[in-house]
Design a binder for this molecule. Structure first.
Ligand code: ADP
Length: 577
């Protein structure tokens, strides 16, 4: 037998696909989402053989949404693999979603042969140019030897500073070039050694004087409030926030995806007194949440004009954009640690009898009991509240680890946000900063593989579900513990609400632009693939479907018939439509 170490022995050659898979595996990547095809099928297969779980989707859009949510849930970049040209364009949905939500993600697309670029090659596109508006950092491997370095760079950059999407372009010719196995090993080792060890600004640079100022502002405030968002969730600040809130007695308000960092049921939760809390607070410490549309830009009439904002954000540009009273740039976890340390030396606490704490608590209790009175009614045909209450109770009944709730759709998401109770961090995924519809099944798949101990429950409008409904086959194929509940009101916002004057012209007999086929049998779609489907229209039917599917933890669709006129057009954003 030839001695493989002897200089004359033939060396095993590996191609760019193998080298890319090896590079990702060496960086600790464990999951990849995508759609295979020319020229990346071999990359996916090689990744699997190296221990990376490849979740194969029907559409890059859903796979991209999955990658973005995976990045948020794990704090490690979610990976999307696509084919060239149209595959890359479909993937942009995910990349842009990652950028707008500030979640770490890497899109890897195959591209056409470099020598044929510009000559009308198969699925040709200047992909580096196409991803530009949505990518923090993009790189093309122009030679097989570039691959390990490019992989390390995109993974590092996706989590550095403000998280976001990065792009790696792998031309088909590069994927077919070869290097020897030993050369591959040294290239990967060298690339790993060049990796940046400080992925995020750690916050220890915040000057002590600014931490002291923040604490002084909170201490002297008459009506302080702590607001936190999905940046605080991403930064895993639950322990630091709890310590801060419970030692100071300051009421808190989570944004929709901040919900769960502290339980919604906490006695200092101001969610049910949101208007009072933001309208009257005089100092607001805002952690990992932008003062964008979701927080009414931090301006009157929703906020008082004199409110002093203390913003904590990893992104300097964000602080400069909002011009707060005080900006603390750094990782939220570290900054909160410094704030807690400063308070420890000279503690203060709002007593429960403090007028502000008392007013918030009183208002929250009033609003909760008003809502509970509505929720207590069993309305059939279903409105949005009755099934949402039943779902809330079923989810709470699961206990810990709490299910991850995925939610989209205008009325379904709005009502769900108010009614569903979050008790654990990072257990709510919704349409997010961009109001992205179509995230549902992708987010479910990401959540199921990122947090295998948790049940995943999607609460979706029928319109939201329709964007990615084919991915129910993906749920069944991987046997993921996902229960998708479809609020079926027969269309976008439900039934046809047009006035007679609007129903004119040669196509007046077409269904309204907001309408779908009435009574669509979504539960049968999953049965086509061997999953479980339920059609429900009464409280007892819904309770029984939830009990069975939550204990089975198998791919399920529960098709809930809702009164088509129960919701409102555009949900709670009517002024924008
Ligand atoms: P929400 O939608 O919950 O209001 P946003 O997405 O608007 O939250 O804001 C999240 C903010 O968190 C972004 O401005 C982002 O820069 C910031 N962020 C992300 N990671 C961190 C971190 N580790 N520490 C502090 N801020 C962070």
């Amino acid at each position: 037998m030839a001695d493989s170490n002897s200089p004359s022995a033939p060396q095993t050659l590996i191609d760019g696909n193998v080298l890319a898979a090896k590079s990702f595996a060496s960086c600790g990547v464990t999951h990849m989402f995508g759609v295979v095809g020319i020229p990346v099928t071999s990359l996916a297969n090689r990744a699997v053989s190296l221990g990376i779980r490849f979740l194969a989707f029907h559409n890059e859009q859903s796979a991209g949404y999955a990658a973005s949510a995976y990045g948020y849930l794990t704090g490690r970049p979610g990976l999307l693999l696509t084919v060239s040209g149209p595959g890359c364009v479909h993937g942009l949905a995910g990349l842009s979603n990652a950028m707008v939500n500030t979640w770490p993600m890497v899109m890897i697309s195959g591209s056409c042969d470099q020598k044929d670029a510009g000559r009308g090659d198969f699925q040709e596109l200047d992909q580096i140019e196409a991803v530009e508006p949505f990518s923090k950092f993009s790189v093309k491997a122009k030679d097989v030897k570039d691959i390990p370095n490019c992989v390390v760079q995109v993974l590092d950059r996706a989590v550095a500073g403000r998280p976001g999407g990065c792009y790696l372009d792998l031309p088909s010719d590069v994927l077919h070039q070869t290097v020897t196995e030993s050369e591959a090993e040294s290239l990967v080792t060298a690339a790993l050694n060049s990796s940046e060890s400080k992925p995020i600004a750690n916050g220890s640079e915040v000057p002590t004087s600014e931490i002291e100022r923040a604490v002084e502002l909170l201490r002297k405030a008459e009506r302080p409030l702590i607001v936190f968002g999905k940046g605080a969730s991403y930064a895993r600040t639950e322990n630091e926030l709890r310590k801060l809130i419970e030692t100071t007695g300051v009421p808190f308000l989570p944004t929709p995806m901040g919900k769960g960092l502290l339980p919604d049921t906490h006695e200092l939760a101001a969610g049910a007194a949101r208007s009072l809390a933001i309208g009257k607070c005089d100092v607001a410490l805002v952690v990992g949440a932008r003062l964008n549309w979701l927080l009414h830009f931090g301006e009157p009439p929703k906020w008082s004009k004199d409110v002093k904002f203390i913003l904590v954000d990893v992104c300097k540009d964000e602080i400069e954009l909002r011009k707060p009273h005080l900006g603390l740039i750094g990782d939220a976890k570290k900054v909160l640690e410094l704030i807690n340390k400063e308070i420890k030396d000279d503690p203060f606490c709002l007593a429960k009898s403090h007028p502000w704490a008392e007013a918030i608590s009183k208002k929250a209790k009033e609003n909760v009991s008003r809502m509970e009175a509505q929720l207590a009614k069993d309305v059939v045909p279903f409105n949005f509240l009755t099934p949402m209450r039943i779902i809330r109770d079923a989810i709470l009944g699961v206990g810990s680890p709490a299910p991850i709730v995925v939610s989209e759709g205008a009325n379904t998401m709005d009502v769900g946000r108010a009614v569903l109770v979050q008790t654990e961090p990072r257990t709510r995924l919704d349409a997010g900063t961009w109001g992205t519809m179509g995230i549902g099944l992708g987010y479910c798949i990401a959540a199921a593989v990122a947090e295998p101990n948790r049940l995943v429950v999607a609460v979706e409008g029928d319109s939201g579900f329709g964007f990615s409904a084919m991915e129910v086959e993906t749920l069944v194929r991987y046997q993921l513990p996902v229960v998708v509940i479809v609020f079926n009101n027969g269309g976008v916002y439900g039934g046809d609400r047009r006035s007679p004057e609007e129903i004119t012209g040669p196509f007046k007999d077409d269904p309204a632009p907001t309408s779908f086929v009435p009574g669509a049998a979504y539960h049968i779609v999953i049965e086509a693939f061997g999953g479980k489907g339920y059609l429900v229209g009464t409280p007892d039917e819904l309770k029984s479907a939830l009990a069975e599917s939550f204990s089975a933890r198998k791919p399920t669709v529960i098709n809930v018939t809702i009164d088509p006129y129960a919701g409102a057009e555009s949900g709670r954003l009517q002024h924008k439509n």
